[in-house]
Design a binder for this molecule. Structure first.
Ligand code: CTP
Length: 402
């Protein structure tokens, strides 16, 4: 009974997939959830309130007031009652209304007044799902902080085949269970993450940089935000931008700009993760004009950039956690441990270029983690979001009280 004591408000809209809401209701109830249901008017054409009421053992609402009894259904109370408002299936129509604040039935009114997390599982035909307006509406909901359970791929009611099928009720149940089991351990905590490459200008058209994609930093930002943190992501040019309402992005280009943006907010942070691949050197003089080709060779004089992690490490308070990264090609453990000490990190994440599928650009990573108190941990080769979860788990195990 993984959902015992959880209150789930299930919204059902007009779609062929509405029949699957009966299976979903049964699964939620079986796991111990208390379920109330709101149907949109057009959902009534696809499934009856009697079916859903019988399976949910609870009320099914579809109008503001019952004309027979005259009883008023308070959408504000419904929104406040729920621990989770799950709309499955959500049609393109209701999605469009949610995205634009349209409030013309009990379901849409409840959406606007709900204070709990909202999860939507779209179902529609192939071309509808691909339409830019639907995509834009889904993005809007994501930006509002709602959770999107992407449609699955397979045979559609129209006979076409592709993405658009309502996620299978068993899969939706897994997401609901994982939503409730995920801790909000970082609620109220502020996390600084530096991520991506820096670019050091040579002249107006050229720069020195590296292959960092920012994927690891983005995965960390998303995972911290999912666990309730307010994330401040100082992001180098061209790096992957995460898309989460609790992540504030500070776009920067050079190491100096990355340092300025980070040091401005460092004192307010509980955790700082230095995931950026900062260029160690920058051209001493940046030419105002494009450098013209002359002679057979050229020399660019470079000067050392500020070391962001080292400089802020000296300002670290006993209530802050600093996490660093090291990407090495040889003597990996030795170099990582020296950086851990030199830069005053509580924990360092080592990537070795010798591990296939790890490091820059990949969607996967394989890491070794060393802590200041001498603990170590080695991961498998895993997708970067799973690596982010492992790193965060080790951060939670640190002795520092934040
Ligand atoms: N770092 C930083 N500012 C720099 C250089 C590095 O904040 N100017 C941070 C990185 O984000 C990382 C850690 O320091 O968390 C180690 O970075 P790395 O480039 O591996 O170390 P360096 O000190 O630059 O050493 P080297 O390049 O000689 O290996």
């Amino acid at each position: 009974m993984l959902l015992k004591g959880k209150k789930v408000l299930l919204g059902v809209t007009g779609s062929i997939a509405a029949y699957k809401s009966a299976i979903l209701t049964r699964l939620l109830v079986k796991e111990g959830a208390e379920v109330q249901i709101i149907m949109s008017t057009s959902a009534l054409d696809f499934i009856t309130p009697l079916t859903l009421a019988t399976l949910s053992k609870g009320p099914v609402h579809h109008q503001f007031h019952d004309p027979k009894s005259g009883v008023w259904t308070n959408h504000v109370d419904l929104g406040l009652w729920a621990d989770l408002f799950l709309i499955a299936p959500i049609s393109a129509n209701t999605l469009g209304k949610f995205a634009n604040g349209i409030c013309d039935n009990l379901l849409t009114a409840t959406y606007l007044s709900a204070r709990c997390p909202v999860m939507v599982a779209p179902a529609m035909d192939l071309d509808m799902y691909q339409h830019p307006s639907v995509k834009a509406n889904l993005k809007k909901l994501k930006d509002f902080g709602n959770i999107i359970l992407e449609a699955e791929t397979g045979e559609l009611a129209s006979g076409l085949s592709g993405q658009g099928r309502l996620m299978e009720p068993e899969h939706i149940l897994e997401y609901v269970i994982s939503h409730f089991s995920k801790s909000q351990e970082f609620k109220g905590k502020k996390v600084l993450i530096t991520s991506g490459p820096t670019q050091e200008a040579i002249d107006p058209v050229r720069f020195i940089s590296n292959h960092s994609s920012g994927k690891m930093g983005s995965a960390l930002a998303d995972t911290f935000a999912d666990q309730g943190a307010q994330v401040h992501l100082v992001l180098g040019k061209g790096a992957i931008k995460p898309d989460h309402a609790s992540i504030k992005i500070y776009p920067v280009t050079s190491a100096e700009e990355m340092y300025q943006a980070s040091s401005n907010i460092h004192h307010q942070m509980d955790i700082c993760v230095f995931a950026a691949a900062v260029a160690d050197y920058a051209p001493k003089n940046v030419s105002a004009e494009k450098i013209k080709k002359e002679g057979d060779g050229m020399t660019i004089e470079l000067v050392k950039n500020i070391d962001i992690a080292y400089t802020l490490g000296k300002l670290k308070s006993p209530f802050q956690i600093h996490v660093g990264f090291a990407l090495e090609t040889e003597n990996e453990e030795f170099y990582a441990k020296s950086k851990l000490e030199k830069k005053n990190f509580d924990l360092i994440v080592l990537n070795s270029m010798r591990d296939a599928g790890a490091g820059f650009q990949h969607d996967t990573n394989k890491v070794r983690i060393f802590t200041e108190e001498g603990k170590s941990f080695e991961s498998e080769l895993l997708p970067k979001n799973q690596i982010a979860e492992l790193i965060i788990k080790e951060i939670k195990n640190l002795p520092v009280k934040i």
